[in-house]
Ligand binder design. Sequence first.
Ligand code: T5A
Length: 211
Amino acid sequence: MTRGMFIALEGGEGAGKSTQTRMLAAALESRGIACVVTREPGGTPGAEAIRALLLGVEGEGWNPRAEALLFAAARSDHVERLIRPAVAAGQWVICDRFVDSSRAYQGGGCGLSDAEVLDLHRIGSQGLLPDLTLLIEVSPDVAVARTRVRDGDAPDRIGGRDAGYHAKVAAAFSAMADAEPARFRRIDGDGTAEQVHERIVVALDAWLSAP
Ligand code: T5A
């Protein structure tokens, strides 16, 4: 059996990752490629329980190091129980956010070093990286308009942080894509969902046309 593929979609709030994750999986399934669609934080019962701890707005929240540890713990369970077995079984795993979100949010946004975040990932998930990371980038005003339509005035604990925080997150994602061009593909997320989907299909051409 051939090994599957692990694709992560990344980007800031309202970039359209969840929408594009669903559209990509449907397009792959229509080509006969078996897909597993999942998300972070979450994807397994244990990781979903940690998600509720991280994103719920009750209580006083977490300091940046505790937050990073919780994301890493959720990811460890997700990788061990879902992602690695699915890829080993020949499936394509399409994941809405992965470790680069920790590097951007807990690193770029909260001030942990990239080395610290990657150390946690090495311990928790043996440093697993996606085969391909699609970074969806939208202008800040588009992101705000989209999240407002979806969340109204009730964002989650991290989505509700201020514009300065989200600008640091976007800059961190951009720097990662520049530093790792072999793994990242930058996708312009402005325009309709269908237009963005077409850009993703083009970016995947090399993998889809492989024998
Ligand atoms: N986090 C996560 C960390 O801090 N560290 C980590 O390690 C990880 C994994 C997760 C939060 O946790 C943080 C990041 C996040 O703050 P979440 O609820 O899972 O939060 O949601 P997000 O991933 O943040 O989802 P977003 O808010 O970023 O939205 P998406 O998935 O990018 O966007 P989507 O597809 O839900 O679309 C948003 C709205 O826009 C519409 C959709 O219909 C929806 O209403 N839309 C479009 N409208 C017009 N044109 C398009 N092209 C559109 N695409 C989507």
